[in-house]
Design a protein around this ligand. Sequence first.
Ligand code: HEM
Ligand SMILES: *[C@@H]1O[C@H](CO)[C@@H](O)[C@H](O)[C@H]1NC(C)=O
Ligand SMILES: *[C@@H]1O[C@H](CO)[C@@H](O)[C@H](O)[C@H]1NC(C)=O
Length: 327
Amino acid sequence: MANQPRSIASLLFLSLTLLLQFCSGKDQLQLNYYSESCPQAEEIIKEEVTKLYHKHGNTAVSWLRLIFHDCMVKSCDASVLLDTANGTASEKTSGRSFGMRNFKYIDTIKEALESACPETVSCADTVALSARDGIVLLGGPRIEMKTGRKDSKESHVAEVEKFIPNHNDSMSLVLSRFQSVGIDVEGTVALLGAHSVGRIHCANFVQRLYPTVDPTLNPEFAKYLKGRCPTPVPDPKKVEYARTDRVTPMVLDNLYYKSILSHKGLLLVDEELVADPTTHPFVEKMADDNGYFLDQFSRALLVLSENNLLTGDQGEIRKDCRYANRD
Ligand code: HEM
Ligand SMILES: *[C@@H]1O[C@H](CO)[C@@H](O)[C@H](O)[C@H]1NC(C)=O
Ligand SMILES: *[C@@H]1O[C@H](CO)[C@@H](O)[C@H](O)[C@H]1NC(C)=O
C-alpha cells in the first residue's frame, strides 16, 4: 500500500508527459513516418545527400549548421528556408545567418523527393534527415531520427537573434538559450563540437585580433590568424576565413575540444567554453574521449531536432522549400 501514492504520482506524471508531448507536436513524430505515403523517402534523401557530398563536401557541413538554425529558432519547421516574399524578409537575411551556404542543394534534395512523391515529404524533415545523413558522412554518429514534421508558412526573421546566440555572447546567455529548448550544459558543450567542421569568416573573430590581440588567445595561433585575416576590417571582395580544426576540418571529432583547451578557438564563445567553470569539465571530458563526445552530441542533437514542432493543422507540406504554398 505504501507505494500507492507513488503510482498515483507516476500516473499523473505520465499523463502530464503525454499532454506535453501532444502540445509540442511530438505525438505526430514517429520512426519512418513516410513508410506508407512515400516508402523511398529516407533512401532518396540519403542518396542525394551522398551524391552532393561527393561533389561538394561542404554541403554536409551546411546541413549540420542548417538544422541548428532551423530548429533553434522557434521550431523545426524549415522557416529558415523561406526566401523573402510578401514583404517579409527571409531568416537568411539575419546577421546570424552570415556565411550560410548551399541552400540551392537543399532544393536539389527536395526536387528528388517531389518527383517520387509529390507534396508528401516536408521541408522540415528534409532538413533534419539531411543533417542526420550529413553527420554520418562527416564521420559522426548515426542518429535514429523520427519524422512527421510540418513546415511553417512564415519566416521568423524578427526572432532569429532571440534564439541564435552571437559569436561574442556570454556563456551564461548561450547556456540559457540552449536550456530554453531543453538542452543541458553537457549537451550544449557537445553541440558546439560542430565547430570541429567547416569554416569561420574573419568578420566573426577579427575583434580578437585588432587593435590588440585577445590575451586569452594562444599567441602563435593569433599570429596564424592574423595571416588569414590581414586587416581589422575584412575585405568584402575576398572570402577570408579560418578553421578551428585545421587537421581534420571535414571530420566531426573531438579535436575541437583539444584545440580550444590550447586556446586556439576562433570565436569568443569557443574560448568561453574553456574559461567558464560550468562548461570546462565537460570540455576536458570530451577532449579525452571521442566516444563520450559523440554520445552526448547524438543525445543533444536529437532533442534539438524535435524542438517545438508544429501540430495538428498548423503548418503544411511545402512544395517548394523557398515559398509557402499558394492556397
Ligand atoms: C553558441 C552557439 C553558436 C554560435 C555563437 C555559433 C556561431 C557560428 C559562427 C559565427 C559561424 C561562422 C559562420 C561563417 O563565418 O561562415 C559558425 C559556423 C558553423 N556552425 Fe555555429 N554557432 C553556434 C552553435 C552551433 C551549433 C549548435 C551547430 C550545430 C550543431 C553549429 C554548426 C556550425 C557549422 C557546421 C558551422 C560551419 C559552417 C560552414 O563551414 O559553412 N553551430 N557558427
Ligand atoms: C559582438 O560583435 C558584434 C560584431 O559582430 C558587435 O557589433 C557587438 O558590439 C559585439 N558585442 C559585444 C557584447 O561585444
Ligand atoms: C503570400 O501571402 C499569401 C497570403 O497570406 C500566401 O497565400 C502566399 O503563399 C504568400 N506568398 C509567398 C510567396 O509566400
